[in-house]
Design a protein around this ligand. Structure first.
Ligand SMILES: [Zn+2]
Length: 120
């Protein structure tokens, strides 16, 4: 396993070495890997957990992690660049969000247990 890979259960992420170099973030590699490991662990928890009450908390933790990852890549934390729709079981429209990524427009399915409205 390369030092840029993170594996949790059956999920695996490989970080982009060239991107890390471009962002001058190689000193943060261990912290980045720790953040991505936590992200995969949360994804795995979501897959096995069917308690919707937990989902808002998972969404909050993922947002915090995304901000931390951006900082470790030497970016300003910016929620407009979070790929929140990639969360397992997220019901927000993926293609629309993909198209508008980074411009500050979010397509939220009100029924999404992570990003939709608070409990009715
Ligand atoms: Zn969602």
């Amino acid at each position: 396993m390369s030092k840029f890979e993170i594996k949790v259960g059956n999920s695996k992420i490989k970080l982009n070495k060239h991107f890390i170099e471009k962002q001058d973030a190689m000193d943060n590699l261990d912290d980045l890997k720790s953040c991505y490991r936590q992200k995969l662990e949360i994804y795995n928890s979501i897959i096995v957990d069917n308690d919707p009450k937990q989902f808002k908390e998972f969404a909050r933790l993922l947002t915090n992690l995304e901000n931390e990852i951006q900082e470790l890549f030497n970016f300003e934390p910016n929620v407009n660049f979070h790929r929140f729709w990639e969360t397992p079981k997220c019901e927000c429209p993926k293609l629309d969000n993909e198209d508008c990524h980074g411009v500050g427009i979010k397509y939220i399915n009100p029924k999404c247990k992570f990003h939709g409205e608070e409990d009715e």
